[in-house]
Design a protein around this ligand. Sequence first.
Ligand SMILES: NC(=O)C1=CN([C@@H]2O[C@H](COP(=O)(O)OP(=O)(O)OC[C@H]3O[C@@H](n4cnc5c(N)ncnc54)[C@H](OP(=O)(O)O)[C@@H]3O)[C@@H](O)[C@H]2O)C=CC1
Ligand SMILES: O=C1O[C@H](COP(=O)(O)O)[C@@H](O)[C@H](O)[C@H]1O
Length: 604
Amino acid sequence: MAAFSNLNCPTSLSSPSSSSCSSSRLTPSSPCFSSRRLSFSSSALKKFIPKKISLQLTRYWNVVNTQDGAVTASPPENVAPLKNLKDQLLSITSSEEVRETTSVDIVNEHDSTVSIVVVGASGDLAKKKIFPALFALYYEDCLPKHFTVFGYARSKMTDAELRDMVSRTLTCRIDKRENCSEKMEQFLKRCFYHSGQYDSEKNFAELDMKLRDHEGGRVSNRLFYLSIPPNIFIEVVRCTSNSASSANGWTRVIVEKPFGRDSESSAALTRDLKQYLMEDQIFRIDHYLGKELVENLSVLRFSNIIFGPLWSRQYIRNVQFIFSEDFGTEGRGGYFDNYGIIRDIMQNHLLQLLALFAMETPVSLDAEDVRNEKVKVLRSMKPLQLENVVVGQYKSQIKGGVTYPAYTDDKTVPEGSLTPTFAAAALFINNARWDGVPFLMKAGKALHSKMAEIRVQFRPVPGNLFNSIFGTDLDRATNELVIRVQPDEGIYLKINNKVPGLAMRLDQSNLNLHYAARYAKEIPDAYERLLLDAIEGERRLFIRSDELDAAWALFTPVLKELEEKKVMPELYPYGSRGPVGAHYLAARHNVQWGDISASEHPQE
Ligand SMILES: NC(=O)C1=CN([C@@H]2O[C@H](COP(=O)(O)OP(=O)(O)OC[C@H]3O[C@@H](n4cnc5c(N)ncnc54)[C@H](OP(=O)(O)O)[C@@H]3O)[C@@H](O)[C@H]2O)C=CC1
Ligand SMILES: O=C1O[C@H](COP(=O)(O)O)[C@@H](O)[C@H](O)[C@H]1O
């Protein structure tokens, strides 16, 4: 379900219903739909729509919400637009019954409004990511005609102070664009603030009153973004649900990670959330799924004939998922120490990349079909053994006269903390496609660079004709596909090539798709895509509870073992390439990390 018609602003893949049909996220054959939806109360449903039709409606239309006695339905893919509702109903029932449906209240975007409530508006994530993403969406005309942004937190602030805070921190990709300050003024007029406690239904009821004022009697849709520490999620959801949910539209809640810290706490969080919310109201965000190159992974795989046949143990010898940051946990040590790098990056971001990479072809691009395939991969994974994990922690380093701190120098980190700031792991998928292929992960803070990438190393060519004339060992100069998620997005394929000239000399070169050179358009921030999807009710890029259970089932035993056995992390200097143990781990599986191979750093 999407979008609020604009050429820049895409509609979702699975349910094309926007008037911006030229958008890149539509499949080429998709028809162009209006974004209008049907909305009616269940009493109206009973009164005006005979049971037979309402059953058919439920079967053929996507009923997107059934809360507080309200039903909202939108046309599924490949049915005629809303204006043809009557024709459709005629085709499924008798004309006499259809006559009665004229009382159905057809709601379009002009009659509905979306309120986006950023809970924890005074915090780091809200300032850094959420408000800038909302502004970028506004600038690109991707937000609905009627929308309001509300900040909610305990800090005392006026609307003007919130606007000031938002405008001062709106450093986003839009900054240098035409009319930016004019658009900013307009955007800020839609931003408001309400100060309240996170556990006070009374304070949320006050927020509800303000929201109603702004909604002006339209069908109200509400999106709550929980940008707060996890220990207060449930209180906020309780208050939202009891005192501030929409009376006649949808209410959705975006939940930020961490979703617990092991299987048990994650299950408890899901159980508690479900006291107040249906699963389809919960949008668990993993912002890596909103990154351009991650969204492109399925396109690359499933729309190019050259990759599909190679995508298995037969041709791929290992796959690497690498995340590194060139700064430490400065400022976030308090949070980080309770979680560590495995929970912070591997269990979610890198595992999601792995699942997307390794899944079978989904039945469709529909959220449930894609998530079903990801769950199957996660549930097929071999239990992770401690021997296949290496942990590290950064230590102080003096470089160029600058002293870089150790992890434990942070005042918010307990003395002698064993929390890993680096980890490497070798994982395996027990299925026919991937049996025996090492999937290596490596994630670390305070390393030499900031980047995230996926590396696919292919097997050597059997009986290679050129073995004798290649300058180096051809068995090592195998094809490698690199998907550089960030920075400087790109995809390149290492191939062996003849060096031009009369002699038969071979070297390894890149077939290079460098995004900055190929596409003039800047890449949207992941939070923009994900916020837009949540507003549109598109769940494909959000984590379903069974995915989460499977992800925790994989990592919880090893996390417990690390903690119980008090495994000492290997120390590595701030700004280095990480602990040497990661190389031994890879070598045991006959793998060499692609990011540190000589061909990646010829100048070093
Ligand atoms: N920052 C980041 O880069 C990322 C953050 N996240 C997740 O997003 C969420 C928000 O992160 P972030 O903005 O960094 O968090 P902050 O620590 O900045 O907290 C957000 C707001 O919550 C309130 N708050 C903070 N601590 C408490 C407390 N102990 N009890 C009650 N209220 C509190 C404060 O608002 P006030 O005092 O005004 O009420 C604060 O401004 C967290 O779940 C985090 O794990 C996920 C990925 C990245
Ligand atoms: O979720 C998190 O992600 C960030 C890295 O995100 P990126 O988009 O900048 O790559 C990481 O710094 C943080 O520790 C983690 O919680």
